[in-house]
Ligand binder design. Sequence first.
Ligand code: AP5
Length: 215
Amino acid sequence: MIDLVFMGPPGAGKGTQAQRLCAKVGVPQVSTGDMLRAERKAGTELGLKVDQIMREGGLVSDDIVISLVDKRIRENDAQKGFVLDGFPRTVPQAESLDRILQKAGRAIQHVVLLEVPDALIVERITGRRMGETTGRIYHIKYDPPPSPDRGEGGEQLLIRPDDQEEVVRRRLAEYAALTAPLVAFYGNRGLLRRVDGVGSLDQVSESIFRSIGVA
Ligand code: AP5
């Protein structure tokens, strides 16, 4: 059983490294960003409600994301563990997560904090491409897809609407104001694993695996 949280600023590599860790340990990735994007794509009432907030780089209300995560981690495949990516992002979200897990007799074991300086973030995010079907994350320079607009298997590559520089700056400000306090929240409990997010994808994966004792 591994119940783990990935934290870090936008573009730090949470999604990329969550996909790698999940493939290694065989638990599902639970990404609130992906779940919200799926709602938008499906044109649900919820998707329409959050669309503008996400485009502008703001945070969706705590109630919405807490209920998505609560439902998701009750599913069968998450009973052997999960890797949360992009949640919790506020102190009330972290407190709710504690309550949800406590009721199920579970608890977070590791909070991996990927540390990347702001100066690198914009280049990472503006070069990101995402597979339309699989959600596979690429970077035009650091993790290039087979062709500029097609990923593995020929899937179409997308650029996220919130990946423009001015929106990235707003997302960084939201992170500093609302999410950074979670460093102390989890640090005080001895759960925080600080990992240098600068380096090749493989180097960062190795540091993460070492920090949580996965060989
Ligand atoms: P979300 O999708 O969670 O976005 P984010 O947290 O801003 O993070 P990103 O997905 O941008 O970056 P990442 O850290 O996953 O980096 P990645 O691996 O892609 O949320 C989007 C929006 O949804 C939010 O703004 C908000 O509106 C809403 N939302 C979601 N969760 C919410 C919540 N809990 N509460 C409220 N609202 C919520 O990597 C980035 C790029 O860098 C890629 O191109 C990758 O290939 C490249 N890269 C990765 N690692 C390296 C490396 N080591 N070297 C070079 N390049 C690298």
